[in-house]
Design a binder for this molecule. Structure first.
Ligand code: UAG
Ligand code: ATP
Ligand code: API
Ligand code: MG
Length: 495
């Protein structure tokens, strides 16, 4: 690509220097720049990419995208928003991969990862070669790469989608976080289907109010246009959870066809007669393409919602309901989501990624439906993240458990003990008896004590970190896996 081409795409941009400058790649991190790259200077939340332009030049950058002219002897493209420029240029540079792939995006506070795996499985079983991008990993054609965040930056995203196109992938299912929507990470990405799971409190450190959070999610549906072509494969679909009040707002702001799913309210894809056991969940589903009964190996009403979203997306792809049922019934579960840890102990140990008040309430309510003995919950809240959810999660843990170990999640740069105090305040406010909970900063120790306390028939829930294999304390990322730590604790007791 030539710099002139980039300038042409960004109509209001201004070029300083040689318009014939060749661009062989793009980069937003000066440390990763290769010779001939266009370095895009992102003004970040912690540092300003403009301050790293000199380093990028040293590493061989051929031109810069900037929001203000820099006193550096190199061609520069001055734009009003480097983030916007990144999205537009990446999409072009990687040959608009989302127009070739059939894109399915999922947004919502909880259930994105789970739903994405259900869809991936149904699609691949139906021989539609499908890739996946989300919190745990990105994977396609049997190869997986861990992901640092739920939704990649536009540059990384378009690069990954391009890779998928080159590898003969036909469809991609991905999680679209509210951060991504707000920062324009998926700008330009052409989704066929946009799914909404639910909205509840989270990320109020970033979005400040629930209204702003909902508005960020709304961007996904507002951008979803429908040109009502004769070719039905070009239609766009908004798949909305009709039991969530925000669905009505998304319906109003989208120009796509709306298809609803739900349990408590009438919907195009509707579940009823939900039966939950410790082994799984059975429900009747009535759809616009037939009816059937499905038994999931996954537990919880919330997983019925995830399954309904996946069924709707698959029906849009014209996959027969009987095939969808067969795929869903075979799925054992998703990594770190209500995952049982079996070390031969006479009680249940469940690791789950619930890290929001709603997520924690859902998983605990589900456990309450089948637990025979006491419920012992071990959980914490991440540092440098929404502080207002901490006391609420404390109250929920106490409400649905017989005993609570308040411990560290990923404290990041916050004082770990102070995070525990924030959680404890919620319990104090509700005057929870002090012999019903304790605070142990060290997560390993908390897990060990919980396992030690459990009696036959009890359930130990270890919530918050799910699939994570690390713990971030200060600037350090240390090895830590709830499942392994629980197994070690069990082994220590039941040798
Ligand atoms: C709040 C947020 O989203 N921050 C993202 C943002 O960081 P930032 O603006 O602070 O970036 P920065 O560190 O200031 O750097 C600015 C620029 O300077 C560049 N730089 C920096 C240092 C250097 O030596 N050289 C250099 O070029 C950086 O590459 C970057 O381009 O841009 C960075 C670069 O792409 C991201 O890595 C970073 O994600 C951080 C790590 C993060 O934790 N984000 C979370 C909150 C997040 O996005 N979460 C959602 C999931 C939410 C959900 O659960 O739904 C997600 O999608 O993952
Ligand atoms: N549909 C749902 N509604 C409410 N809670 C859910 C739902 N699905 C899963 N959960 C709970 O939320 C946790 C996280 O689920 P999942 O990882 O699928 O969500 P996510 O939206 O991908 O989260 P993240 O924002 O971290 O990417 C689960 O471990 C479970 O406790
Ligand atoms: N995607 C979520 C993950 C939270 C996981 C929890 N273990 C934590 O570190 O807070 C977030 O960025 O808020
Ligand atoms: Mg996720």
């Amino acid at each position: 690509m030539l710099l002139s081409e980039a300038a042409h795409l960004l109509i209001t941009s201004q070029v300083l220097g040689d318009v014939h400058t060749k661009i062989s790649g793009m980069e937003i991190d000066s440390r990763q720049v290769k010779s001939g790259d266009l370095f895009i200077c992102l003004p970040g939340f912690t540092v300003d990419g403009h301050d790293y332009a000199a380093q990028a030049i040293q590493k061989g950058a051929s031109a810069l995208v900037v929001e203000r002219q820099l006193e550096l002897d190199i061609p520069q493209l001055i734009v009003s928003s480097c983030r916007h420029a990144m999205a537009v240029l990446s999409d072009h540079f990687f040959e608009y991969p989302s127009r070739t792939l059939n894109m399915i995006g999922i947004t919502g506070t909880n259930g994105k990862t789970t739903t994405s795996y259900l869809i991936e499985r149904i699609m691949n079983d139906a021989h539609i070669n499908t890739g996946l991008i989300g919190t745990i990993e990105m994977r396609y054609n049997g190869t997986a790469t861990p992901m640092p965040r739920t939704t990649p930056e536009a540059l990384e995203l378009q690069r990954l989608l391009h890779e998928m196109v080159q590898s003969d992938v036909k469809s991609c299912v991905m999680e679209v976080s509210s951060h991504a929507l707000e920062q324009g990470r998926v700008k330009g990405t052409d989704y066929r289907t946009a799914i909404f799971t639910n909205i509840s409190q989270d990320h109020l450190d970033y979005h400040e109010t629930m209204e702003e959070y909902i508005a960020a999610k709304g961007l996904f549906f507002a951008r979803l246009g429908n040109r009502y072509e004769i070719d039905p494969t070009k239609r766009k679909y908004a798949v909305l959870n009709n039991d969530d009040p925000a669905a009505e707002y998304f319906r109003k702001i989208t120009a796509a066809d709306v298809i609803t799913y739900g349990v408590d309210h009438p919907a195009d894809v509707h579940a009823s007669q939900i039966r939950i056991t410790s082994q799984g969940t059975t429900f009747q589903v009535d759809t616009f393409k037939g009816n059937t009964e499905i038994t999931l190996k996954m537990v919880g009403k919330f997983n019925v919602y995830n399954a309904l979203a996946a069924i709707t997306a698959a029906l849009i792809e014209n996959i027969p309901l009987e095939h969808i049922k067969s795929s869903l019934e075979q799925i054992a579960g998703v990594d770190g989501r209500v995952e049982s840890v079996d070390g031969g102990q006479p009680f249940a140990v469940i690791v789950d990624y619930a890290h929001t008040p709603d997520g924690l309430e859902n998983v605990l309510r589900t456990i309450n439906e089948f637990a025979e003995g006491n419920i012992i919950t071990v959980f914490g809240c991440g540092g440098d993240r929404d502080r207002t959810k901490r006391p609420l999660m404390g109250q929920i843990a106490a409400k649905y458990s017989d005993y609570v170990f308040i411990t560290s999640d990923n404290p990041r740069t916050e004082d770990p003990a102070a995070i525990l105090t924030d959680i404890q305040k919620g319990l104090e406010e509700q005057q929870v008896a002090t012999d019903k909970y304790e605070c142990i900063v060290d997560r390993r120790q908390a897990i060990e004590k919980a396992v030690e306390m459990a009696k036959p028939g009890d359930v130990v829930l270890i919530a918050g970190k799910g699939h994570e294999t690390y713990q971030i304390i200060g600037q350090q990322t240390l090895d830590f896996d709830d499942r392994l730590v629980a197994k070690e604790a069990i082994r220590g007791l039941y040798k």
